[in-house]
Ligand binder design. Structure first.
Ligand SMILES: [Mg+2]
Length: 201
């Protein structure tokens, strides 16, 4: 019995902070874990910038609502869910992802959450668990599921390697070169067929 675990950003939707930086006109927010590897530090820095610009959750969600999923992502997910259970596992926050999940037909999403004050400003954030992608596939396996996992980035490799079948999707040349044993796909139709074939074994 399979559950398919998918990364969200870079696979189904654009990188939220980069798209948000463009949509909001705040270039500093393009900074990622490549520039600041300490995720906690990076998030607090981002929240300070949002506060400086007077952006509360509502304003941020309104901006995120102008961002669209990858072309073909909705159709891919709709078809995928006809033959396998699907969980999107992301390091982002439920509140940020919400406008995009609406455009994707409300798939199941496991991610983290924000702490929002009475004034609507984001005060803090709560990470659900360490190594959330790996921890989640292991937990699913512990209750009798086999997992199929796919993502585009370094933080997806653990869940991909821990799964019965794993794929890279829209990944970088470097990651593909470093992981030649993981099948890699670039477009939704061939990715869908690879998952369909895996579920038949
Ligand atoms: Mg990603």
């Amino acid at each position: 019995m399979y559950v398919t675990c998918l990364d969200m950003e870079g696979v189904l939707v654009p990188e939220i902070w980069i798209a948000f930086s463009k949509a909001s006109g705040i270039p500093e927010l393009r900074r990622t874990t490549r520039d600041e590897p300490d995720y906690n530090k990076l998030m607090h820095w981002r929240l300070d910038i949002l506060r400086e610009h007077g952006l509360g959750l509502k304003e941020i969600q309104d901006t995120i609502a102008t961002i669209d999923p990858m072309p073909g992502a909705r159709e891919f997910l709709d078809e995928l869910r006809t033959f396998t259970q699907v969980i999107i596992i992301s390091d982002t926050f439920t509140e940020f992802a919400k406008p995009l999940m609406k455009k994707l037909g409300w798939p199941t999403l496991f991610c983290n959450s924000l702490v929002v004050g009475d004034d609507g400003m984001i005060k803090d954030f709560k990470m659900r668990v360490d190594h959330s992608k790996l921890s989640t596939v292991k937990a699913l396996q512990s209750i009798g599921f086999d997992t199929i996992a796919a993502g585009d980035s370094y933080n997806d490799l653990e869940m991909i390697r821990a799964s019965r079948y794993g794929f890279l999707f829209k990944s970088t040349e470097q990651i593909k070169k470093d992981n030649p044993d993981i099948p890699a796909f670039e477009d939704f139709p061939e990715f869908l067929e690879a998952i369909r074939n895996a579920t038949e074994h």
